[in-house]
Design a protein around this ligand. Structure first.
Ligand SMILES: [Zn+2]
Length: 263
């Protein structure tokens, strides 16, 4: 990351004046149902998930509902979500819970696991329009919230060395209404910039030898010299794939090798 950008982010972090006005369960060892809160390893966090308040009225109410002494249990019998940060309508970022608080297991189809053990959750104050929200009182996050959310994301992205694709919305975990249309668009725009997986190339002799070696056909040193060993390996590979075993490198051979290596 550019030095200049880092300086800007540090200045932004100071400007955000992250505060901790409430914490539902700092001193609680267990919740109302007597279950122990889980702890997670903050270093192991793999990304950030954006949420919206969804009509609770205040971020304090949500935090208390989810993590306070009167917290509910999820239908699955596990504790509810813990937000690490909330972003108020005035753009202020609030620390709701310590980083190692992760009380809720959910996971989703594309990724087995615990979204709160692995991800840092951020809640935007307000009730926003989104898929399945049929309520005229629902609005949109304002510019100050969007700016704070993006700055917070960039600060955390840099601290944890996350990729662009490590920003999620709750909709990606199976809750279509969260965090709502506007924030979903922002999340998708950020994720769109994630580096795409680049296809392997087999332009040079070395690349071809390495490719044949990676799938077990070339047993010798990758030396960049196309000799009898390389040729024999290529013919064996072509036979295995049902291609014309002519020892010549063509598009069919290349496609077959790519397919084999991606298996
Ligand atoms: Zn949510």
């Amino acid at each position: 990351m550019e030095e200049q950008l880092l300086e800007r982010l540090n200045a932004a972090a100071l400007a955000l004046k992250i505060q901790k006005p409430f914490d539902g369960r700092t001193t609680l060892a267990t919740n109302k149902q007597g279950k122990k809160w889980k702890r997670r390893d903050p270093d192991a966090l793999q990304g950030m998930v954006w949420h919206q308040e969804l009509g609770w009225g205040s971020i304090e109410a949500v935090a208390r509902y989810h993590t306070g002494p009167d917290s509910h249990l999820h239908a699955g019998g596990v504790e509810s979500i813990a937000y690490t940060f909330a972003i108020r309508k005035n753009g202020q970022v609030v620390l709701c819970n310590d980083l190692d608080r992760a009380p809720w297991s959910q996971g989703y189809a594309g990724r087995k696991g615990d979204e709160n053990a692995e991800f840092l959750s951020v809640m935007f104050e307000g009730f926003f329009q989104g898929t399945g929200v049929d309520d005229p009182s629902a609005g949109h996050p304002n510019d100050r919230q969007l700016l704070s959310g993006l700055v917070l994301w960039r600060i955390c992205q840099d601290l944890w060395k996350w990729k662009a694709g490590d920003l999620y919305g709750h909709f990606l975990f199976g809750k279509p209404a969260c965090p709502g249309d506007t924030l979903q668009t922002v999340v998708e725009a950020v994720r769109f910039n994630a580096p795409k997986k680049r296809k392997r190339k087999f332009t040079t002799v070395r690349q071809r030898q390495q490719g044949l070696k990676d799938c077990g056909f070339y047993k010798w040193k990758v030396d960049g010299l196309w000799g009898p060993g390389s040729r024999a390996a290529l013919i064996a590979f072509q036979k295995e794939c049902g291609l014309a075993a002519d020892g010549l490198w063509g598009p069919n051979t290349e496609a077959a090798l790519l397919g084999k290596l991606e298996e």
